[in-house]
Design a protein around this ligand. Structure first.
Ligand SMILES: Cc1cc2nc3c(=O)[nH]c(=O)nc-3n(C[C@H](O)[C@H](O)[C@H](O)COP(=O)(O)O)c2cc1C
Length: 336
């Protein structure tokens, strides 16, 4: 008898860590992968210009351990996007994602990011060029509107147009981008979150995959959203409180409970720091900066963090810094 699986396979976009410039570099993703096997990880945005004119190796290299990992591109010229996507596929990325959500002015001048939402056909042309160029999924991350446009029709039409070009997956940061007068940071905090619009997109385009993003910080919230959409993307909370990721494989992918301990993860990171230094002279503090949230909320966390971010310790090998950090955790636990 033919075996009929009792559950549909889980979406690859069920849970992801958001692309974050200067934060989700390959070292950060290496840490996140130690904490969750199944969560999809996004790179920082890489512009097509950086790939065309800069060092491809510097912008695209990543650790084999990071899979599944998606490359986020910023750009709008179809030929440039196709070229960058092709390189991304050659370097081994599992997905190409186009940034249509970043509000910063630098990005607006280059005609990409959130301002592209006003030109769905430009996005569609870029998506089509990438879909034609690669065989991995091409996805789009976007906002629900720009400036004061509040109507659902705007984002519905954007998704409609872009999906016709071959994009089947949309990561929806569920707030508007205000292109004038707000800093990028304010643009992640001030325009109100309207999750309902992301949920409605799923109802109106049931054949497409939607992940919701923005202000999501707990597993309860994630579970709630998964009742309405295919996936949830978490940004700042994953970075500041990475230990949260250790609960995700069990909670959302049906895996066995995590056996990771902070001590073991920290040791693995020290080994990684040694490897990175041997491979290309990468200093340990370029890596350690991403794990400062590892003891978030725990006793001793502050002094432990101070050791790992102490400039005076930069000349020491990471294993020595590690030993000092451990000592301080112990000391504080005994004396407080
Ligand atoms: C430091 C930082 C850098 C970011 N860089 C990017 C980026 O390169 N590309 C992008 O699409 N979004 C970027 N974002 C936005 C996040 O991907 C995400 O949409 C936003 O933080 C909302 O999710 P959150 O509330 O879970 O953090 C960035 C956010 C932060 C905090």
């Amino acid at each position: 008898m033919e075996h009929i699986p009792s559950h549909p396979p889980l979406s690859p976009w069920r849970l992801s860590v958001a692309p974050m410039m200067d934060w989700t570099d390959r070292h950060c993703r290496y840490l996140h992968r130690l904490l969750s096997k199944h969560t999809l990880l996004y790179t920082e945005m890489v512009t097509t210009g950086a790939i065309t004119h800069g060092s491809v190796q510097r912008h695209l290299r990543f650790n084999a351990e990071e899979h599944p990992v998606a490359l986020q591109l910023g750009g709008s010229e179809p030929a440039d996007l196709a070229h960058a996507a092709r390189l991304g596929e050659q370097w081994g990325y599992d997905e190409i994602n186009l940034n249509c959500g970043c509000p910063s002015e630098r990005v607006q001048r280059g005609a990409f990011g959130a301002c592209l939402m006003a030109e769905p056909q430009t996005v569609a042309d870029g998506v089509k060029a990438m879909v034609d160029a690669v065989s991995i999924p091409v996805t789009v991350k976007h906002r629900i509107g720009i400036d004061k446009v509040e109507s659902y029709d705007f984002v519905r039409d954007f998704v409609g147009t872009v999906s016709e070009a071959g994009c089947e997956v949309f990561l929806v940061h569920a707030r508007n981008a205000w292109l004038q007068g707000l800093s990028p940071k304010e643009n992640r905090e001030i325009p109100p979150l309207r999750y309902e619009l992301a949920h409605r997109l799923k109802r109106d385009f049931p054949q497409l995959t939607f992940g919701v993003n923005g202000g999501i910080t707990t597993n309860e919230q994630i579970a709630d959203h998964l009742q309405h959409v295919d996936g949830v993307m978490v940004g700042r909370e994953a970075y500041h409180n990475p230990w949260l990721l250790t609960s995700w494989d069990e909670a959302f992918f049906g895996a066995a409970p995590s056996t990771a301990t902070r001590e073991a993860v920290e040791e693995q990171m020290v080994t990684y720091m040694e490897r990175a230094f041997q491979e290309d002279g990468c200093p340990w503090y370029a890596i350690a900066r991403h794990m400062l949230g590892l003891r978030h909320g725990l006793r001793g966390a502050r002094r432990w963090r101070q050791i790992w971010s102490d400039h005076r310790l930069k000349p020491l090998p990471p294993r020595e810094v590690w030993a000092m950090a451990q000592e301080y955790v112990g000391l504080e636990a005994e004396t407080t």
